[in-house]
Design a protein around this ligand. Structure first.
Ligand SMILES: *Cc1c(COP(=O)(O)O)cnc(C)c1O
Length: 409
């Protein structure tokens, strides 16, 4: 039999690990602690000799089911879930890197990731920011102590597409951990495993959960990095398959010790939301391309940034790598149009900071999420004062087109 499709595989994942009463969802297990009749068994769980549940900060059955589902989506080997996407990124780097290490990061980053990396740069390891749309810029910054290269797939808000494949080859050649934040593309549009990613980050809050009703984050081990070459794995975690050493350390030194755990109720919401990821992405992306094409021809629009448009600098790369072009685009209006007036006239589009929702959302980025970083850093990221970012939802295409038309009239 040929391999089943994305949705067929993930929809039946829970119940194939038998659940009581034939329940088709993993139940919400609210217990913080788990009892053992035999103290030997409890000891074996704590010593990592057998899988089991110890304490809710480290493991929970509802969260484990979600972790398994994310692993399946990303074609990985293991996943650790966290309370937010930021917790997944911060905890992973905290668990792996040390003072004296160096990381190369794309300079086109989610705003809070940018802020976090600036904190790491002064409080922990060094970070160099580069234009990661060209592997040459990454290679030029590599040092003997470079341990990690961190990139996003499609950057927000300007939609730059990272040189994902060639950076993957470079990291593999140099033995550097390659971390890809797949939030904007999701495992449905893009599988970072195919470009030799070592670890994949997803903010579950966005498309995977999809309904803006729960926060969560994940890091997935791809099984492609040789952790025996990495100098910072503690002896305790050098057990079992080498491909699991990194995620074991992230789960213990990161999740357990830092405690940014995902709760069982949120895990349940995110898992149910993820059932329709493929359907939602089909509709989100179809709407986004229709709107981007319409706006790119509109006289009141100066520029549309969307990888699906043929004038986008990485249009060909996006075509080669992704199933669709994503559902985020940004727009610069002509000088005579006030971006605040335009936003206030939109009826179906909600003015808010989130992205990856079922509803269409918009935000004037320079005045909100990228305000704190200041004009200089904004300019280096190509963020104009009039730039409006849209995250397109699953409304009917004609209704969205009509809404944009009336708001620009
Ligand atoms: C939102 C987002 C994050 C952070 O996720 P939270 O769940 O909001 O903490 C990280 N990376 C990208 C690309 C994001 O869009």
């Amino acid at each position: 039999m040929t391999e089943k499709g994305f949705s067929s595989r993930i929809l039946h994942a829970d119940r194939r690990n038998p659940i009581e009463h034939g329940s088709i969802h993993k139940p919400v297990h609210t217990a913080v602690t788990f009892a053992y009749d035999d103290a030997h068994e409890l000891a074996a769980v704590f010593q990592g000799k057998q899988f089991g549940y110890s304490y809710g900060r480290q493991v929970n059955p509802t969260v484990t089911a979600l972790q398994d589902k994310i692993t399946l989506m990303e074609s990985g080997v293991a996943t650790a879930c966290f309370g937010t996407g930021m917790a997944a990124i911060g905890t992973t780097l905290f668990a792996l890197l040390r003072e004296g290490d160096h990381m190369v990061s794309s300079s086109f980053l989610f705003g809070n990731t940018n802020s976090l990396f600036n904190s790491f740069d002064v409080q922990g390891f060094d970070v160099s920011f580069v234009d990661a749309t060209d592997v040459a810029n990454v290679e030029a910054e590599l040092r003997d102590n470079t341990r990690v290269v961190f990139v996003e797939t499609i950057a927000n808000p300007r939609t730059q597409v990272t040189d994902l494949e060639r950076i993957g080859t470079l990291c593999a050649e140099r033995g550097i951990i390659y971390i890809v934040d797949n939030t904007m593309t999701t495992p449905y549009l893009f599988q970072p495993k195919s470009v030799q990613a070592s670890l994949v980050i997803n903010s579950l809050t966005k498309y995977i959960g999809g309904h803006a009703n729960a926060l969560g984050g994940a890091v997935t081990e791809m099984g492609q990095f040789d952790w025996s070459t990495f100098p910072h794995i503690y002896d305790n975690y050098k057990v079992g398959d080498k491909s699991n050493w990194g995620i074991q350390q992230i789960k213990k030194r990161g999740l357990r010790d830092f405690g940014a755990s995902l709760g069982p109720e949120a895990a349940h919401h995110l898992s149910v939301g993820s059932d329709t990821l493929a359907l939602r992405m089909e509709r989100n992306c179809a709407n986004a391309i229709a709107l981007a094409e319409y706006l790119s021809k509109h006289p009141k629009v100066k520029k549309v940034y969307y990888p699906g448009l043929s004038d986008h600098p990485e249009h060909q790369r996006a075509t080669d790598l992704f199933r669709h072009y994503g559902a985020i685009f940004s727009v610069e209006l002509t000088d005579d149009v006030d971006c605040f007036d335009f936003l206030n006239k939109l009826d179906l589009v909600i003015c808010t900071s989130n992205l990856g929702d079922t509803r269409s959302l918009a935000i004037p980025v320079a005045h909100s999420i990228y305000y704190e970083m200041g004009p200089e850093r904004r300019a280096s990221m190509g963020i104009d004062d009039s730039l409006v970012r849209f995250s397109i939802g699953i409304e009917e295409t004609d209704d969205l087109l009509a809404d944009f038309e009336q708001a620009l009239a």
